[in-house]
Design a protein around this ligand. Sequence first.
Ligand code: NAD
Ligand code: ZN
Length: 391
Amino acid sequence: MRALCWNGINDLRVETIDDPIILDPGDVIVKVKLSSVCGSDLHLLDGYVPAMRSGDVLGHEFLGEVVETGAGVSKLTKGDRVIVISIIGCGHCWFCDNQLYSLCDNSNATPGMEETVYGHAGAGIFGYSHAFGGYAGSHAEYIRVPYAETNVFKVPDGVSDETAVFVSDAVPTGWMAADLADVQDGDVVAVWGAGGVGLMAMTAARIMGAERVIAIDRFPDRLKKAHAHAGAEIVNYEKVDVHDALMDMTGGRGPDRCIDAVGLEAHGTGPGYLYDRAKQALRLETGRATVLRQAVRACRKGGTVSVIGVYGGFVDTFPMGALMNKALTMRGGQQHGQRYVPTLFEHIREGRLDPSYLMTHRWPLDRGAEGYGMFKHKTDDCLRVVFDPTL
Ligand code: NAD
Ligand code: ZN
């Protein structure tokens, strides 16, 4: 079959590889119909995640059809139209029993990752390096899905492929961002990053009762979409000082909830403040922790900072003093999509949630490298390019 493979930093190629086969009784094989790029793939492309090997197949947000089932699978049958949660739960460990699927003890058998400089690698993730289990990804004609009864969900009738594909990752991730932020009725919620994840977090915050949502990004088309689809007020961080803008917009108190939907490649032009020991004063800093610093500094006292953007390793110049003295709550994690899927399909069917606009481009797999280039550089108003291996 054909698959889009990683061959080094920013080097993707379509290659012919063996078709996947059932390895365990709990597996199914899915014929991929749609497979989206995600901001998380950029960390792989840029070489920030360890243990990628030449030939690894990328892709973890996908929809398709079950074409083969293992002997232990009874809830799914050939022909089912399904989405698969991108982070793999085994369904029976302590963490999965407690609906903390992305912390599953069994789906990532790579030994020792907790101890490396990367920090902790959690559960297995499709197409996400050998630090996360070494599972082949979905930018391919077929994919093997382990623990299928936990991770595979049938798409309800009436929900289109173009809508459902994002229930694999962007939608539950955005939902979890708002859930971790503990959004309450009447809250002002600021979201850094108006990519697929941030946009879904904005809509989720609205559904959970936020009175106002503020989107922070620099791409006008993305900010426009945040306004159009989530009623967000917008802050372009290249045009204004983010902190001043947030203070102005909240009467000097700061947003109740701050969501970091950017992660470790935060574009560093936004200012953050760092205590300069020599000068005994705050000084402006830019860099990796830009968004975290802005969020902690702007968040109202007693508020919540939700970190759904992906980090690995260490982040320094983090304003621990502000976190502590402002009595902030900070939470983060990889998405536990399995927990949210039924609720999300309900919101979709009842018209409160429509992620289909995230698919700005639907391309054949052969244009994989080009598609990632466009997504990485945010050209052509690309929000998400979705590969269709049947084209
Ligand atoms: P994306 O690349 O489409 O969007 C990221 C956005 O952040 C871009 O629009 C970019 O302009 C913006 N940005 C960059 N620097 C910024 C800054 N300093 N201030 C404000 N905005 C800034 O990516 P995405 O698919 O939306 O994913 C976003 C993040 O969520 C990534 O880190 C990704 O790894 C993560 N993610 C997490 C999970 C999870 O389970 N926790 C799942 C999927 C994705
Ligand atoms: Zn588990």
